[in-house]
Each structure stands twice: as structure tokens, then as C-alpha cells.
Design a protein around this ligand. Structure first.
Ligand code: FES
Length: 126
């Protein structure tokens, strides 16, 4: 299991939408995930090296009721970038959050960008 990176971001105000710096890009391991705490909300960040792309998705696994999605394996499944839950192996689309096996399950995905080597997540409330 990868170490869980917990970065506590102190709130400076009650904006509805804001870009929140989470960590530097170099802190993200290739093709793997870390957990980040943004305004008390757990978000899993994944860096896909081949695409040079960062995905941000809720870290909470609704099936196991545990914050473990950041420990999941990412990969291309039938043309979709997905993360597999490390516990029961449901697959979630990293762009939409949709669970491929259970249509009623969808994780929240977060807009994410790289700004001067800093990973920023667009926070819009929990
Ligand atoms: S309000 Fe700016 S980091 Fe939270």
C-alpha cells in the first residue's frame, strides 16, 4: 500500500468555488494514488504518467464505507480510465465517477489542474 498523503488545507474564507493547492506534482507517484484532505473532505488523486494527466475523485468507497479509493489500481478498462476499489474491486470511471458494475453507484469527481507544478483541486463544497 502506498503512504496516504494527508494535506490539511486551512480555510481562508467561505467561497463557493475555489482552486485549492493540494501538493506539488512531484509528490504524486506515477500510475498510483494518494489521498488528500481538502477542507476536511477526502479526495483521491491519481497521476497517469503515459497521459501526463491527474484525476481527482472521492476517496470514500461507498460499498465498504471506508476511505480507501486512493489505494486502488488504475488502468484502462474497455477504453475507459478507471480505478478499482482495493477491497471489492468495483471499477469507477475516473472522469465521471460512474461505477461500471453497479449503475446506482457514482463517486464524485473533482476538477483538477496543474498550476506551476502545483496540483489544484476545484473545491465547490462538500
Ligand atoms: S479558502 Fe483558500 S485554501 Fe481554503
Amino acid at each position: 500500500m502506498q503512504p496516504l498523503l494527508l494535506r490539511i488545507v486551512i480555510s481562508e474564507g467561505e467561497m463557493m468555488t475555489e482552486w485549492v493547492k493540494v501538493c506539488s506534482k512531484s509528490e504524486l507517484p506515477d500510475d498510483s494514488g494518494v489521498g488528500a484532505l481538502v477542507h476536511g473532505h477526502q479526495i483521491a488523486l491519481f497521476y497517469q504518467a503515459e497521459l501526463d494527466r491527474v484525476f481527482a475523485i472521492d476517496n470514500h468507497d461507498p460499498v465498504m464505507d471506508a476511505n480507501v479509493i486512493c489505494h486502488g489500481i488504475i488502468g484502462d478498462l474497455k477504453g475507459q480510465w478507471v480505478v478499482a476499489s482495493p477491497l471489492l474491486k468495483q471499477h469507477y470511471n475516473l472522469e465521471t465517477g460512474q461505477c461500471l458494475e453497479k449503475s446506482e453507484l457514482r463517486l464524485r469527481v473533482w476538477p483538477v489542474r496543474v498550476c506551476q507544478d502545483q496540483i489544484e483541486v476545484q473545491w465547490a463544497g462538500a
